[in-house]
Design a protein around this ligand. Structure first.
Ligand code: ATP
Ligand code: MG
Length: 418
């Protein structure tokens, strides 16, 4: 039997209702904050990700699903959505009317990581991005919206971790100092970090390996090396969060796995997930639009890990949707009549089902029960003969005759009003 690919998964009915609820909650909240949905492709030119995420990151170095299509163009299944959103902003000159554009998108991402709990090779993210805005108030508002989103989903045990990564003015000096620190470390770092030490020292701070974490405990921090502008910006972010009553922790070690981040960076962590504790991550990427060939415009955004979120959202209130009407039939004539009726009733917004296999009446009643049907319309030989079906209220068990004449209209009225 052919199984799904390792690290990929199915979201089956039963769980999918929870996913739909999360999607609806995100869309409605984000739209209240002025975000509009954007849908970008899943496949892009490899170059887009290599240039935005950075060639020396784990994602680009070893995690992307990249292949040549038949015309030998190098293409990649997107590992994240921000690059594509920025590409769309530039390509369609969305900045021309107003540089400030707010987008959200929900969809699958692909990274060839080691599959484990909370880490998949196809996973889903909810992104929100504000392009063209530099104000630290925007940073605070975005974090506020993210926290409110989790609150609406009743996710408990979350904390906001906040850091700043500076800007091209103040970061190089810090990077040099970090490099110096790392070259003096005696402890053996993991193989990845030995490589990162030279190519991308900042990423060593983000390593999940315990020995590496301990080794960088006293590493210099960006927050102590900020230029005046970055310092002022970060202070306003913090002040604004306090005004909004958002609790946060400054986490000097917090860096993100993508090169394009500048200034404010944040992560939402939870104690409910074990090792993969980050439910969402985000931050500023003030240089990315320009680097991808667009106008000089700052930006900020976040990505929520949908799969991890779904795991911690209480599924208590979610149950499979019940149906309004099940039509149980006996014999071909009854089935033909029921078929027409069920189609006409379903299109009017009443959830209607019937049985297409040749189950007996008893089996069909059982099925109706399992589907949580509120009413069952019974149509057997006797009913066909008398041209009157029987409608059974599954809660009260009360049965009422419904003549064929005008039955569809009568059922619509009855079911809509009960
Ligand atoms: P992590 O540190 O957990 O690897 P990350 O820094 O790589 O996360 P981002 O690229 O910022 O994550 O993506 C944002 C969110 O997407 C993460 O906080 C996480 O919830 C989720 N995410 C990232 N990679 C995966 C994955 N392989 N499987 C499931 N969710 C993921
Ligand atoms: Mg990662």
């Amino acid at each position: 039997m052919i199984q799904l690919i390792r690290g990929f998964k199915d979201v089956l009915p039963g769980e999918v209702e929870l996913w739909q609820m999360i999607e609806k909650t995100a869309a409605s909240l984000f739209e209240d904050f002025g975000f509009r949905e954007i849908r970008v492709p899943i496949l892009e030119h490899t170059e887009l990700f290599a240039r935005s995420i950075g060639k020396d990151t784990d994602i680009v170095e070893k995690e992307m699903y990249t292949f040549e299509d038949s015309k030998s163009d190098l293409v990649t299944l997107r590992p994240e959505a921000t690059a594509s959103i920025v590409r769309a902003y530039i390509q369609h000159r969305l900045y021309a009317v107003d540089p400030v554009q707010k987008f959200y998108t929900i969809g699958p991402m692909f990274r060839r990581e080691r599959p484990q709990k909370g880490r998949y090779r196809q996973f889903y993210q909810i992104n929100a991005e504000v392009l063209g805005a530099e104000s630290p108030l925007v940073d605070a508002q975005l974090i506020f919206m993210l926290v409110e989103f989790l609150r609406r989903l009743r996710v408990s045990d979350t904390s906001v971790h906040l850091n700043t990564l500076g800007c091209p003015k103040c970061r190089p000096a810090f990077q040099k100092e970090l490099h110096r620190f790392l070259s003096k470390i005696k402890t053996q770092l993991c193989a990845d970090c030995e490589r990162r030490k030279v190519k991308n020292p900042l990423r060593v701070l983000d390593c999940k390996v315990l020995a590496c974490r301990e080794a960088v405990a006293d590493a210099p921090a960006m927050i102590d090396h900020l230029c005046e502008e970055c310092k002022g910006h970060f202070e306003t972010v913090q002040k604004s969060l306090k005004k909004l009553d958002i609790q946060f922790e400054i986490d000097k070690r917090l860096v993100r796995g993508l090169d394009y981040y500048t200034r404010t960076t944040f992560e939402i962590q939870t104690g409910l997930l074990g090792a993969q504790s980050a439910v969402a991550g985000g931050g500023r990427y003030d240089r990315l639009i320009e680097e991808l060939g667009g106008p000089v415009q700052p930006a900020i955004g976040f990505a929520i890990g949908f799969d991890r979120l779904a795991e911690i959202v209480s599924a208590n209130n979610i149950s499979a949707p019940e149906i309004d009407l099940f039509i149980a039939t006996l014999g071909e004539q009854a089935k033909t009549a029921a078929f027409e009726w069920s189609c006409s009733i379903a299109v009017s917004g009443i959830k209607t089902e019937m049985d297409f296999s040749d189950k007996g009446l008893k089996g069909q009643m059982k099925k109706a029960d399992r589907l949580g049907a509120r009413y069952v319309l019974i149509l057997g030989d006797k009913e066909i003969g008398e041209e009157t079906a029987v409608l059974r209220n599954m809660t009260t068990k009360e049965q009422t005759p419904v003549p064929f004449e005008g039955i569809v209209e009568n059922l619509k009225i009855k079911l809509k009003n009960s």
